[in-house]
Design a protein. Structure first.
Length: 379
């Protein structure tokens, strides 16, 4: 048996650098959940509807009747979120990507941390490409591709009769945002462009959807790191296994969280800058990223790191592909072939996702760039 104690409490402060969105899992519908008004956009709060509006909606015969009611009462209906509007009027029944109720939930931040830690461990350990290949499950489903690799890095088999596995990130707790200071949302076009088309100065997106993005504000999270300690002297036959289990759990204790975030974030930044090479239309976005590089990746860096989190940020920010492409290109090419066959389309960085008006390419930006600042809290 063992118990855990908190050895470090950190405050993580997140601020968006470009528009970002973590999806709610449910789309909004224009004319029902989403009402376009003269000067802003309203995501309707159905729990606070005035009786007159609720009665009119209850007697509505079809969607058109509902939409007419929402339009008639658009300036008095309560909103659970009000946003500026950078898309103009939208056709009734258009689907709109809605933000998560916590804007950036703690689980999303922890997931990004997990990817950053995996990148750091692969970078710092002497794992050959041949060894790494054996840890990738090309015969399994795509969602399980890196399961064995994650098990190798993060996990250890529990003692019998418990069974299962322990995971070193069990000792890392991330709260949902406990402070949300002045938050500003905007309804924007989320665009997908072909890189080769942008390079040839053609800027018609191959796909675009409207979505509510976080433009400005501050989110504060509490991050707690625990240390596991035995509470009794184990019998000799299980002592070694128990010691290894505890060592695996406690690997998180000695990790430099800020340094790990900085290493991964700056690598993502370098990769995005390479993606923009030769695309004159995105020179302002490239200049913005160069500014981030100077601010967060230079010698004097303070306590903040650049990060990329959320929807339409690409698989480099969410998987081990950035490490593979940098260190084991042959494995990356095999992963690309495998994923392309499973997805029945080219699985690569042939496209680039950008937020903003597609008719004004110099105003386009990549989604999800933010800063994460770390401060130690008193226990």
């Amino acid at each position: 048996m063992q118990h855990s104690v908190v050895v470090s409490r950190l405050q993580v402060v997140l601020r968006p650098l470009t528009p970002m969105i973590i999806l709610s899992g449910v789309d909004g519908i224009v004319g029902y959940d989403v009402v376009i008004r003269d000067h802003d956009v309203c995501i309707v709060d159905f729990n606070a509807l005035p009786p007159e509006v609720a009665e009119r909606l209850a007697s509505a015969k079809d969607f058109r009747d509902i939409a007419n009611t929402m339009e008639y009462f658009r300036n008095v209906i309560p909103c659970r979120l009000t946003s500026i509007n950078n898309v103009g009027r939208l056709t009734l029944n258009t689907r709109v990507k809605l933000p998560h109720e916590h804007i950036v939930p703690g689980s999303t931040l922890k997931g990004y941390l997990r990817t950053a830690i995996l990148y750091h461990i692969l970078t710092s350990r002497s794992i050959s490409c041949d060894e790494l290949r054996k840890l990738i499950d090309f015969w399994d489903e795509p969602k399980n591709l890196a399961n064995r690799l994650e098990r190798y890095v993060f996990k250890y088999q529990r003692l019998k009769p418990q069974g299962g596995e322990v995971d070193m990130l069990q000792n890392l707790y991330v709260s949902d945002p406990i402070v949300k200071e002045p938050i500003k949302f905007s309804l924007e076009w989320l665009n997908v462009f072909e890189r080769k088309e942008l390079a040839s100065r053609t800027y018609k997106p191959i796909a675009r959807i409207p979505g509510f993005v976080l433009l400005d504000g501050t989110l504060k999270f509490t991050l707690s790191i625990l240390k596991t300690m035995p509470i009794f002297v184990a019998p000799q036959q299980i002592a070694s296994s128990l010691e290894t289990t505890i060592m695996k759990l406690n690997e998180i204790v000695g990790l430099d969280i800020l340094g790990t975030l900085r290493e991964f974030g700056c690598s993502l930044l370098e990769y995005e800058l390479k993606m923009l090479e030769g695309i004159e239309l995105l020179k302002e976005y490239k200049a913005l990223l160069e500014g981030f590089k100077s601010r967060y990746c230079a010698t004097s860096r303070g306590n903040c790191a650049v990060a990329r989190i959320g929807f339409m940020t690409g698989h480099m920010a969410k998987t081990i592909d950035l490490y593979l492409k940098k260190s084991c290109l042959d494995i990356y090419e095999d992963v690309k072939k495998y994923m392309s066959a499973k997805a029945r389309r080219l699985w690569d960085e042939a496209t680039i996702k950008l937020v903003g008006p597609s008719t004004s390419p110099y105003r386009l930006r990549g989604l999800g760039w933010c800063e994460l600042c770390i401060e130690k809290l008193s226990s």
